[in-house]
Write a protein that binds this ligand. Sequence first.
Ligand code: IVH
Length: 675
Amino acid sequence: MSAAERVRELRAEIDRHNYQYYILDAPLIPDAEFDRLFRELQALEAEHPELASLDSPTRRVGAAPLPEFKPVAHRTPMLSLNNAFSDAEVEAFDRRVREGLETVGDIEYSAEPKFDGLAVGLVYENGILVCGATRGDGSTGEEVTPNLRTVSSIPLHLRGAGWPSLLEVRGEVLMFRSDFDRLNTRQREKGDKEFVNPRNAAAGSLRQLDSRITASRSLRFFAYGVGVAEAGELPARHSDLLNLLAGWGLPVAIERRCVRGVGGLLAYYAEIGGKRASLPYDIDGVVYKLDDLAAQERLGFVSRAPRFAIAHKFPAEEALTQVLAIDIQVGRTGALTPVARLAPVFVGGVTVTNATLHNEDEVRRKDVHIGDTVIVRRAGDVIPEVVRVLPEKRPILAPEFIMPKACPVCGSQVVRAQDESVARCSGGLYCPAQRKQALLHFASRRAMDIEGLGDKLVEQLVDSNLVRTPADLYRMGLMALIDLERFAEKSANNLLLAIEHSKQTTLARFIYALGIRNVGEATAKDLARHFGSLDRLLAANEAQLMQVSDVGPVVAQCLRQFFDEPHNLEVIEQLRASGVVWSEGEALPIAGSAVAGKVFVLTGTLPSLTREAAKELIEASGGKVSGSVSKKTDFVVAGAEAGSKLEKAQALGVAVIDETQLLDLLQQNIKGETQ
Ligand code: IVH
């Protein structure tokens, strides 16, 4: 096969796959295979410059930067649409159409999504894309042909046959939300400015003098009409016109539909409104167009908008408002979430008075101060969000947000683990916000195993104020239970029996039942076996806790934070006082094969342990920590930016280990003992 033949074959093959992917949404081959075809074509074209062609798919990668955009006069103006915001306005539109056409029956309309992107016109001469331009002021736009060529869903030549010799297709360039998220992640990683929404990202990406940047941005195109058609027959109805464009390889919305009368219009509006959040791209309403093209002509235009079409807008999803305060919400698991209290604003169809700020880092990243003017967004059923601050509107007195040190609900200490973005209340057993969750876990089968104490009952007990902490379960009387709505004496008795029964438990179950973060059943068992008694566990410092197999710095910290909270200790004492018991055993002896008696020197910064913590750990296992390296040193533990001590160790031939190896050595102690 000659190079020319292969090039022709590859181009046809790539075009076919583009069509399958972008128009039919039914790719036939994996992306990697597509890339291989594409690279083969690129290589052949580089080898044979005489085979170059303007409509080759390889042209989609972008061209050399332009000095400026050239103005293009649109052959027919690109107009805008009038808006309708209510059913009444849609009814008025339909009435005007019927009056204008002197029709009595229902009108047939073509209904389509209103894409939230930017309008462009694509000029095809004899089926080949020759020019593409933005809307501009409606009569003159900017030529962005090299950029539009990079948009994979825009055909560089039309499929099939029968196109007018000159055809201007009108439509919208936009960015899918998933591509927008990816782009913003990339921008953030590079330290570049993030885009506010997909429309801005699409506009910013299309208006690039360097089309190679556009090529890297995953833009999409949807056709919604024809601006100019010369020498060629077009169908009599708009819906058929869109079908024809689809046949020529142009993407059109699959949600387009023919509907009759106002009833049909409003049903379509409701249907698309329901699908809005699940569409891959943003829409800001739907567009209704008289389907009969000859009738469209008869109705004509008023000023800059057609009489035959209207945009029925969805309620705006973004609005401006002011941050009145930043409050803290405590969730069921103790997570503290900052919430912006807002001056009430109508957005996304409802009045919004607060928006989540997720966590402390997010407040800093968005730089939200109290008193700021912000853009809030509410899309579909999602929780309203602060999109960004308008810094130019910040008042002189605009205090920064400070995460409280005590839980606003119960006063327990607020803690935030290393590498975690979430701050949490440490009063798990005591905090009213965490009550229901804590009780359910406490009573669960693998914890205290209180049969019959499920979701609904916990709700009832907590809501009626009968139970505030797990300790209260053991103080409930029969009469109080019977007083509860729909609670028969028999079931009350059964519950009390189950509670009584649960008093006899094991230390492992009890530890697990406390619901300490990161302490699951297996860890609870290890802790019980290692310490033998609750008091010894309560007295252990982080270093001692880390001697338990599988307890690392994170779990040790969670345990300490939990037991350091006086509110939790109070509940534990009450539980013991109510008669919750288990048999206690001996603590495991510290054998200390690997670390005991060994001399360690610490140098550099360790990834997770502080110098102090590492020292405590070694000493708790019977090792020694010295400040300088000598022949007597057994191990040098080296972290980042270790200096002269490391060099000396190497010179003396002393073993050098890292933090992971140190933790392994410490764990070997335990294994040695338990064998
Ligand atoms: S038809 C003569 N159909 O809305 C009217 N426009 O406000 C031509 N738009 O600039 C427009 N989706 O960018 C039409 N399905 C759709 C549309 C649509 C979005 C945009 C278009 C135009 C603006 C008019």
